[in-house]
Design a protein. Structure first.
Length: 76
């Protein structure tokens, strides 16, 4: 499952014609506006993982000491 989630998070939206919302938006734009857009990034990660990885029931995001987002996944 970890490989599948990594594949989702490493993919970019609009990269697959038949799944235009698979993956994340261009992270360089998001990183440029951190920390003000951290909540937006959290929502996008949560929505995308829950949609494309059915084995995950919930995604909780926390911040590490270095202010980096860290997902915590509940598995079915």
């Amino acid at each position: 499952m970890q490989d599948d989630i990594q594949r989702i998070l490493n993919s970019r939206r609009n990269g697959l014609a038949h799944l235009p919302d698979y993956g994340l938006d261009d992270l360089s734009e998001i990183y440029r506006h951190l920390p003000s857009c951290a909540h937006q990034l959290q929502r996008v990660i949560e929505t995308t993982v829950l949609k494309y990885e059915p084995r995950v029931r919930a995604v909780r995001m926390g911040q590490t000491r270095l202010n980096m987002l860290r997902p915590d996944l509940d598995r079915t």
